[in-house]
Write a protein that binds this ligand. Structure first.
Ligand code: UD1
Ligand code: MG
Length: 459
């Protein structure tokens, strides 16, 4: 039995007041549609179908390379019409699950439970299964109309509902599942004779009831997981829902947080024991914090791995970089892509490290740029050191041997080769290789001139 997931994503999203198609607006750094597809792709034997219309090209570009069958809906004539656009690509013997690109927090667990309602009920093979939810204020939603025995009779849209029906608090989330065979019969029979002049997907419920096909419903596990996004207020609310879930999960895994409401994770954060995260931190991509890592306030850590016992102090930015154990980064440090710190290395304030290795126990502590460099062990890179790695056209490497001492405010013009144990005098401009254990002095000599008269103010 194959599963065809049909995700509706053709709507314009006028209320977002944006040029970006609605489903591409991001939640936790990922397009809403991406969240839906990720949850759906965890279902077994699922093929993904997405119905697009507004901004179709942009949506397709964003998911280029993903295994998706696109269906075009040039005019948004209703949810029933939208699903119908995907049906030619759906196998006749498939079960169809309908999802929405603007309902981003739907969980795989709930979908699995919904699908079980179509598959495993002996009285309901391939029958219609609806996901519903009870709302205190059901205004705007399609109401689930049941008979006295509690059997579902129909879904009535708010605009078409009577006063009595409007009092019903159980509403349609829009998410449903049924066999393709049923849908291929029902969808062409839909009419647009209703308050909105649309082909309502919801009208298939009454059709199923009429022909005696079972209709079942299960409740969503929370309001949030079926909450659709129509404007940026709702998107911001769901972002908080998502972030507080992630934070709670991290707390349960043993992470200490100064304030779980002030940490945002836009990707996957993997943590060891006794990790501490201070306020105002953002994690993006795949980040791993090993045992005992401490992240100070207002740090941004993207696609990085920080070794056990590493400390990142306030206001640091770490991106596509790694540290071994017990490193210290920051405050105000920037590790750029390809920065790799060996054990106990230190990178201090206003230092930028790009595509460079900093050896064990080495220190780059103040106001320094290190790019395309290989720094050995126990090296001290003095304040204001610059690796001049770029001649305006090409980039070159700087190699610094173990135990070297680079005096403050030195410029190391790459390609530069500084031997082990070398001392570079402060303020040097190094343009040629320095052999092991030499002192390199490359600066103007100091002259002291006696009897110097300062200029006097002209009268
Ligand atoms: C729909 C349901 C309603 C339910 C509510 C839950 C119908 C007729 N009504 O109403 O019972 O309570 O969702 O939020 O299904 N879309 C397309 N193409 C279209 C029309 C819609 O792709 O032609 C997409 C929209 O972009 C949106 C989703 O389908 O993501 C829902 O459409 P919308 O018009 O917002 O449905 P509602 O009126 O909210
Ligand atoms: Mg609508």
């Amino acid at each position: 039995m194959t599963l065809a997931v049909v995700t509706l994503a053709a709507g314009k999203g006028s209320r977002m007041k944006s040029d970006l198609p609605k489903v591409l607006h991001t939640l936790a750094g990922k397009p809403m549609l991406g969240h839906v597809l990720d949850s759906a792709s965890q279902l077994e034997q699922a093929t993904q179908h997405v119905v697009i219309g507004h901004g179709a090209e942009k949506v397709q570009q964003t998911f280029e390379g993903a295994d998706i069958q696109w269906a075009m809906q040039t005019e948004q004539n209703g949810t029933g019409h939208a699903v119908a656009q995907a049906m030619p690509n759906v196998a006749d013997d498939a079960t169809v699950l309908v999802l929405y690109g603007d309902v981003p927090l739907i969980t795989t667990e709930t979908l699995t439970a919904l699908l079980a309602e179509t598959h495993h009920q002996t009285d309901n093979p391939g029958g219609l299964a609806l996901l519903t939810v009870e709302l205190d204020d059901p205004t705007g939603y399609g109401r689930i109309v049941r008979d006295d025995a509690g059997n579902i009779q129909a879904i009535v849209e708010h605009k078409d509902a009577s006063e009595e029906q409007r009092a019903i608090c159980e509403v349609n989330t829009g998410i449903l599942a049924a066999s393709a065979a049923h849908l291929n019969r029902w969808l062409p029979a839909l009419s647009s004779n209703n308050a909105q002049g649309e082909y309502y997907l919801t009208d298939i419920v009454a059709m199923a009831v009429e022909e005696g096909t079972a209709v079942r419903a299960i409740f969503a596990s929370s309001e949030e997981e079926v909450q659709g996004v129509n404007d940026r207020v709702q998107l911001a609310q769901l972002e908080r829902v998502y972030q507080s879930k992630v934070a709670e999960d991290l707390l349960r895994q043993g992470v200490a947080m100064a304030d779980p409401a002030r940490v945002d994770v836009r990707g996957t954060l993997t943590v060891g024991r006794d990790v501490f995260i201070d306020v105002g931190c953002v994690f993006e991509g795949d980040v791993t914090l090993e045992d005992g890592v401490r992240i100070g306030p207002n740090c941004v850590i993207k696609s990085a791995r920080l070794g056990a016992g590493t400390r990142v102090d306030a206001f640091s930015l770490v991106e596509q970089a790694t540290t071994a154990n017990d490193c210290v980064v920051g405050p105000y440090a920037r590790l750029r892509p390809g920065a790799e710190l060996a054990e106990q290395a230190k990178v201090g304030n206003f230092c930028e490290i790009k595509k460079s290795f900093v050896g064990k126990g080495s220190k780059v502590n103040h106001l320094t740029y290190v790019g395309d460099a290989e720094i050995g062990e126990d090296v001290n890179v003095g304040a204001g050191t610059i690796t001049c790695n770029y001649d305006g056209v090409n980039k070159y490497k700087t190699i610094i041997g173990d135990g070297a001492f680079i005096g403050s405010n030195s410029a190391l013009v790459a390609p530069a080769n500084i031997g082990a144990g070398v001392t570079v005098a402060a303020g040097s401009v190094i343009t040629s290789p320095v052999d092991d254990h030499h002192l390199a002095v490359a600066r103007g000599r100091q002259r002291n001139i006696s009897g110097w008269k300062r200029p006097e103010k002209k009268s």
